[in-house]
Ligand binder design. Structure first.
Ligand SMILES: *Cc1c(COP(=O)(O)O)cnc(C)c1O
Length: 476
């Protein structure tokens, strides 16, 4: 009797939660325009998830349901949601100084963060280290900063022919027009192509594109040879090469052998152009080392950081540059200065959050602990490689991706109209996992604090949704 009453009460509460969630959805869709979304698909094709709070790697919905955040909320979250140490640092800073104009003013969090970023930045024997930090407030803006700096440095020396950037096929650097110009994900780029400055695209070292039987390293060497030819052909016209070291994330979590980075570094030196490492997604331990460049033992001339920089709490970007680059702007003329700015440059709250994030890397020995987590992810993913519609399983540290293709054959991707990824996304949500694919690539990029139970749920869910998503599509 009592149990029935209890169940009835639970059911009533659930209905209340559901209707609260529905009411919220309606209120949202009345006023919000969501990013990276065909709004026609809400609410019917795509469910909108009203999120009330975050707890570690979990998101708690207004409907009372919990969702495992398997994509770290677009790759920004490192230590779980509402991380108390980061929260406390922001709260402390908020009572001291929230923001001050960074042109002409200075503040402790901005200086301390710059010192600490420079101290941990990738180093290379025989190369001058990164020496200066320029702040922006999101990744795309950071990329714009790096591109403009490289171009402007040559201008300041009177080298006006160097107007081109080299970038990788399948690369992604953000959505602002300069960043889109050096990106090569057609879905984001194609419409805006007429507006974009010219970039030179070079074949990707992506190991998935290797010939049958060819090793990842050999494919990377071939891609580097192609880059060498491109740079020879455009000698004197290029100011910088930009790439995502180790993993082309938005392009489908495509991974390459670190030997490519070594070759690129050499080629950039031979041609006297700058190397811009966009570690916005791969930085801060994502690929197993603090920065992906470390895996090739190279240091870039410009390093773009954002996303994990504040542990996923506040927007901030940092562009690290060499002394040589910085010195190229020192002059009596203001026009030779780098006059780029954003209102919230070097925001004190965001810098405080970033400092707390770096503290956690030290106190929790994050990089070492992640090695164990990454090994558990590998073990859980291994059986899925046998699935008939999985063409590839690849991993770089805390990123693990499943490439789905019909019959597990790279040559026969699923028809985009089958919306395999979207079906997987919906099926995963039903099982309490936020697993947002890139096309037909499902990937795990969880907060580093994800525990064994959550990983087990992730693996079980992934197996189930691959079945569901590819089942119908395979028959269609
Ligand atoms: C996300 C991303 C960007 C853009 O950062 P935003 O903060 O989203 O503008 C740039 N480069 C890479 C590699 C990224 O993954």
């Amino acid at each position: 009797m009592q149990k029935t009453t209890h169940d009835a009460a639970m059911l009533a509460e659930h209905r209340l939660d559901q209707s609260a969630a529905d009411a919220w959805r309606a209120r949202d869709l009345a006023v919000l325009w969501h990013p990276c979304t065909q709004m026609r698909e809400h609410p019917d094709t795509l469910p909108l998830l009203p999120i009330e709070r975050g707890e570690g790697p979990w998101l708690v919905g207004r409907d009372g349901r919990r969702y495992l955040d398997a994509v770290s909320s677009w790759w920004v979250n490192l230590f779980g949601h509402a991380e108390p140490r980061i929260g406390a640092a922001i709260a402390r800073q908020a009572t001291e100084l929230q923001h001050v104009i960074l042109a002409g003013c200075s503040h402790a969090p901005a200086v301390e963060l710059a010192e600490r970023l420079l101290a941990i930045a990738p180093r290379e024997a025989g190369r001058a280290p990164l020496a200066k930090v320029f702040y922006a407030d999101n990744g795309s803006a950071g990329v714009e900063v790096a591109l403009k700096m490289a171009f402007h440095w040559f201008r300041n020396r009177g080298e006006t022919r160097r107007t081109k950037f080299v970038a990788l096929e399948g690369g992604y650097h953000g959505e602002t027009l300069g960043a889109l110009a050096v990106g090569d994900v057609p879905l984001y780029r194609r419409v805006y192509a007429p507006l974009l400055c010219e970039a030179l695209f070079t074949p990707s070292p992506d190991a998935y594109l290797a010939r049958e039987g060819q090793s990842a390293a050999d494919h990377a060497e071939d891609a580097a040879d192609a880059l060498a030819r491109l740079l020879d052909h455009h000698a004197g016209e290029v100011c910088a090469m930009i790439l995502e070291p180790r993993v082309q994330c938005a392009g489908g979590m495509r991974m390459h052998d670190p030997v490519y980075l070594k070759r690129v570094r050499e080629l950039c030196d031979v041609h006297g152009i700058f190397l811009i490492a966009d570690e916005i997604a791969v930085g801060f331990g994502r690929t197993g080392t603090m920065f992906a460049c470390e895996q090739a033992g190279v240091a870039p001339d410009l390093l773009c950081l954002s996303k994990g920089l504040t542990g996923g709490s506040l927007p901030l970007a940092a562009v690290l540059a060499t002394q040589e680059l910085y010195d190229g702007f020192l002059d009596d003329s203001r026009e030779k200065a780098f006059l780029h700015s954003h209102s919230y440059t070097g925001n004190a709250l965001a810098c405080a959050a970033a400092l707390a994030t770096l503290d956690i890397f030290e106190s929790d020995d994050v990089i070492a602990r992640n090695r164990g987590t990454a090994a558990r992810m590998a073990a859980l993913a291994a059986p899925l490689a046998e699935h008939p519609h999985v063409a590839d399983v690849r991993q770089a540290g805390m990123i693990l991706a499943f490439e789905l293709a019909r019959g597990g054959n790279r040559a026969t991707p699923f028809d985009p109209a089958a919306r395999v990824g979207l079906r997987a996304y919906r099926a995963a949500l039903d099982r309490g996992v936020l697993l947002r694919p890139l096309g037909d690539v499902l990937y795990w990029m969880p907060p580093y604090t994800v525990d064994d139970d959550a990983l087990a749920l992730l693996a079980e869910t992934t197996a189930a949704v691959i079945d569901i998503a590819t089942g119908g599509a395979a028959c269609a």
